[in-house]
Design a protein around this ligand. Structure first.
Ligand code: GDP
Length: 194
């Protein structure tokens, strides 16, 4: 699939903000803060749409990008940043929960980004189990694979495959080597993004 146009059409800040029209469905990008989500969105769209930074902990908001006038990329706020306040963390949780409970019906596929250098963390596990309960399709994108030695890489891919590989696709990915990008485009196409 080829991305010809990208337009930020809506940003959601609060649970009662209105979501945009459904179009032909949406693809969701979610993960811990600093996992590499903005970098991935920029690579996929070929544009600088999402701000990348070394300083996580920005305001929690959900961005809807209209792709090819056809479907959305939905950028959820990064979670799990240690230095934000308890209240801010609760707000993030609420906005993410609200999104999935209100919008699940329009979701084609969720890309859950996980730092491939680390084993599954508690809040990733909570999210994945919840997506399962909602019967949403998801793919796990293991980010920053370029930082791993071959032996470590094989170990981590096996670890995630043992956990989720039976029913879900695991995609080793790196912004540096661009491995995994074709697979992500392919999945978008398979799940109806045109
Ligand atoms: P976000 O908070 O999830 O949006 O993360 P960013 O996209 O801002 O990335 C956080 C940091 O990780 C930045 O310094 C990126 O340059 C770096 N980064 C992102 N993806 C990769 C990757 O695949 N490999 C490496 N080595 N660094 C990455």
């Amino acid at each position: 699939m080829k991305i010809k146009s990208v337009e930020l059409v809506k940003t959601i800040y609060k649970s009662n903000d209105k979501y945009p029209e459904s179009l032909n469905g949406e693809f969701v990008f979610v993960g811990r803060s600093n996992v590499g989500k903005s970098t991935l969105l920029n690579i996929l769209t070929g544009r600088n749409i999402a701000k990348t930074s070394k300083k996580p902990g920005k305001t929690a908001s959900i961005n809807f990008y209209k792709i090819n006038n056809s479907f959305y990329f939905v950028d959820l706020p990064g979670y799990g940043y240690a230095k934000v306040s308890v209240e801010e963390r609760a707000r993030w949780r609420k906005i993410i929960e609200n999104y999935f409970s209100k919008r699940a019906w329009n979701i084609k596929l969720v890309f859950v980004l996980i730092d491939g250098r680390h084993e599954l963390q508690k809040n990733d596990e909570i999210l994945l189990e919840w997506l399962k309960e909602l019967e949403l399709d998801f793919a796990i994108v293991l980010t920053k694979m370029d930082k791993l030695k071959n032996s470590e890489r094989a170990k981590m891919i096996r670890y995630y495959n043992d956990l989720y590989g039976e029913n879900y696709t695991i995609i080793p990915y790196s912004a540096v080597t661009r491995e995994g990008i074709d697979k992500i485009y392919e999945l978008i196409e398979i799940f109806g993004g045109v």
